[in-house]
Design a protein around this ligand. Sequence first.
Ligand code: NAD
Length: 295
Amino acid sequence: MQVGIVGLGAMGKHMSANLLKNGYTLHVYDVVPEAIEEIVRLGGLRCSSPKEIAQKADIVITMLPNAQIVESVMTGDNGLLAGGREGQIFIDMSSVAPHSTKKMAGLADKKGIKYMDAPVSGGVTGAEAGTLTIMVGGDEEIFKKVKPILESLGKNIRLIGEVGSGDAVKIVNNLLLGSSMAALAEALVLGLKAGLKPETMYEVIKSSSGRSYALEAKVPDFIFKGEFKKGFPIDLQYKDLELAVETAKNLGVPLPMTNNAQQIYELARVKGLGREDISAVIKVWEDMLGVQVRG
Ligand code: NAD
């Protein structure tokens, strides 16, 4: 089976490597030539545009920064739809808003192309290890067809419902991650100022009702070590909170906590921390109060 992928960044390059390891013929494209080169060295086949990918592959994956880029890759003169044909399947694994996915699915449908959303959780580590959680929106019949491909990329793969529902659950998940990380950062700084040792707070909260994924994944490995370079970037978390806020506005749902959390990430971006892991939001308070929560 001929598979194509557009977007060979932090996530897409590892996903490409796993597809190649699992024996798929893989056509690849990215706007950055070095990113293509890296996958060609592993056995990927170079394409010069998304259009060429769609001309060559039966199933096309997109793993792109945001909905605006997904839409331009789909609809541009050299885009996927320009090269697409009836019977193909497009799977967008980027984190985008459900309304954008539904719009793209409608355009694909006009050409007889099936469109699915399949955003992921698990970060770069999960992409590399092939252990991503994959949340799929689309037809059950098409889901069964693409499942073996998704199994090369992830472990917990689930059909959520109709097109756009994978994006919706991803937004809900990342709203929780972003909000709990922001709350954790301010809580740890408060504890420190109240005279608590960072390790004591971590040990007690780990087995108490305030525990969270953010506490377990981000405190010992990032905050205590003061190492914020790897992980899930603040810029992407900010984008995911924006997706939640935008979706909530469309649906008339108030999100006061999420809006506040997004402002914390905005402050971090203003401080130049956009490329650092989300746990670096703690530096907003640390710098303001002249303290550091380190192990
Ligand atoms: P990234 O910025 O590292 O990679 C995106 C790639 O897309 C880059 O290589 C870029 O050159 C390429 N690109 C940009 N515009 C393009 C265009 N017009 N045509 C072709 N290629 C283009 O981003 P990432 O970290 O790989 O994330 C990809 C998606 O996955 C995002 O939607 C993100 O929110 C989501 N995601 C990321 C993580 C993570 O930990 N990084 C985790 C879960 C989900």
